[in-house]
Design a protein around this ligand. Structure first.
Ligand code: HEM
Length: 446
């Protein structure tokens, strides 16, 4: 793939009037680094509630000071201490998933692994956030209320709308109004559910003391009660529904990438199994595997990094706005108000950083025993799967938890036959680059 059009045109490519895609590791810090003067462009306004504007949520907020304050208020919900408290919720989701796969592996039926992984990601984030699963996995990966479709439609509308915000909105609403209103109903319902629970006291802060796992929502409630002045009521809904909007498709894409690439390269699957079996036999992995144990599986962690490199969940530039007075970046002067951004797909296919084998799924490139540290540091600095700098993904550890809990259990228990190993899955890019139809036959592990 070779950096796409950048291989032909260089580090700076004009992709639309006033919009430039950049492929330059040295520029990455200037654009996204802590303290960089570029704020998010109005592309992100589409991710907010129009009645409130961009300050509606952490993802959409553009003002840098406002963002810093909001992020500080929410950081605790996603800290490593909090992540540990979410682990029992994920255990429950994994357990339901395995029950289903035990049944499937005996029946010999062919399944679409992508749909199952997406169902798991949506159930897991919903269980951590609200304490209840959507029940997609329980339901055999069926989605009668079309939650997955609403999320995808909303993403489509946001992506297009963001590029032409605000003038293109009326045209888009004319053309895609029904998609938008359907998807907004889903988001409104999530917001209302959260606010109603707050209003009628269904969820109480005292739950924090009764020794059971604490949901994300309960943590939000505590923050709101402690600081009603800064923590607006709409932040209750906007911070909880951000998990659903930003954290389900993204995680399912990463899970699908891990599974597809490890199954396609059968030696990778074999090594994953060997590493896990060894850890089980020497007692360093229990059942279910803990987050900490999974993180000590050295080869598995390399696979995870490589899956996020070769197929990052986000596939358009993360647009930033050139500030007043313009700015020189990598030898090019950009006038004020220009949009520039790096697309993680472009960054991850940069040969100077990742080597000539960019199209090869090669987990060993991340092996600290064989790859020199300066190279590892260079690759890590241009790994943008979770973004970079002050706007980096706040939910990264939540999704890493989901991956670390599920994948080793699949490796432990099942063999998978990819039905079309030589055919890459179709993909659709709505900013999230989602795979379609990863058909497999599952069998108990031999
Ligand atoms: C594999 C899974 C995930 C990937 C690849 C991913 C990717 C990203 C990226 C690239 C950004 C930065 C966007 C930008 O700068 O334009 C981001 C931001 C964000 N993500 Fe994630 N994400 C994932 C999972 C999650 C989860 C599980 C949650 C919530 C539980 C979440 C919540 C957010 C939020 C709230 C932001 C905005 C942070 C801010 O601006 O301060 N993400 N994510």
């Amino acid at each position: 793939m070779d950096g796409f059009v950048h291989a032909q045109y260089g580090k700076v490519v004009r992709v639309a009037p006033n919009k430039y895609s950049i492929d330059d590791p040295a520029a990455c810090k200037l654009i996204y680094g802590f303290g960089a003067p570029l704020k998010k462009s109005t592309w992100y306004s589409m991710a907010s509630d129009p009645k409130i504007g961009p300050n509606h949520n952490l993802f959409s907020v553009q003002d840098r000071e406002m963002h810093a304050a909001m992020r500080k208020r929410q950081a605790g919900f996603y800290s490593m201490t909090s992540i540990k408290t979410y682990e029992p919720f994920v255990d429950e989701c994994v357990s339901v998933f395995l029950e289903q796969f035990d049944r499937i592996s005996k029946s010999g039926e062919i399944i679409d692994l992508q749909i199952w992984l997406q169902s798991y990601a949506l159930d897991a984030i919903s269980q951590m956030t609200y304490g209840v699963r959507h029940g997609l996995v329980d339901n055999g990966a069926r989605d009668p209320d079309k939650h997955m479709q609403w999320l995808w439609d909303l993403q489509y509308f946001m992506t297009l709308g963001g590029l032409t915000f605000p003038w293109g909105l009326p045209l888009l609403l004319l053309r895609y109004g029904s998609i938008f209103s359907g998807a907004m109903k889903f988001v409104d319902r999530l917001d209302k559910q959260a606010e109603e629970k707050f209003d009628n006291g269904t969820v109480k802060e005292t739950a924090l003391d009764d020794g059971r796992p604490v949901t994300f929502f309960e943590k939000v409630l505590k923050a709101r009660n402690a600081n009603a002045e800064d923590f607006e009521k709409y932040h209750i809904g906007s911070s909880t529904n951000a998990n659903m909007l930003a954290g389900s498709d993204t995680t399912s894409i990463a899970l699908s990438s891990i599974m597809y690439h490890s199954l396609k390269s059968t030696h990778v699957w074999k090594r994953l199994r060997e590493e896990l079996n060894e850890a089980i036999s020497n007692g360093s992995v229990t059942q279910p595997i803990t987050f900490e144990q999974a993180q000590n599986l050295h080869y598995f962690q390399c696979v995870l990094k490589e899956a996020l490199r070769v197929h990052p969940s986000i596939g358009l530039p993360m647009w930033r706005l050139i500030p007043q007075g313009g700015m020189e970046i990598g030898g090019t002067f950009f006038p004020e108000s220009t949009w520039i951004g790096i697309n993680p797909w472009v960054a991850h296919h940069n040969k100077e950083v990742f080597g000539n084998d960019i199209d090869v799924f090669n987990p060993d490139r991340w092996d600290a025993n064989t790859t020199p540290k300066p190279k590892l540091d260079q690759m890590a600095a241009y790994s943008l799967a979770f973004g970079a700098g002050s706007r980096t993904c706040i939910g990264k550890n939540v999704s890493i938890l989901e991956m670390n809990k599920l994948i080793p259990e699949l490796v432990r228990r099942y063999d998978f036959d990819l039905l079309q190993p030589d055919k890459e899955p179709e993909i659709e890019n709505n900013w999230f680059v989602k795979q379609k139809h990863i058909n497999v036959r599952v069998q108990p592990a031999q």
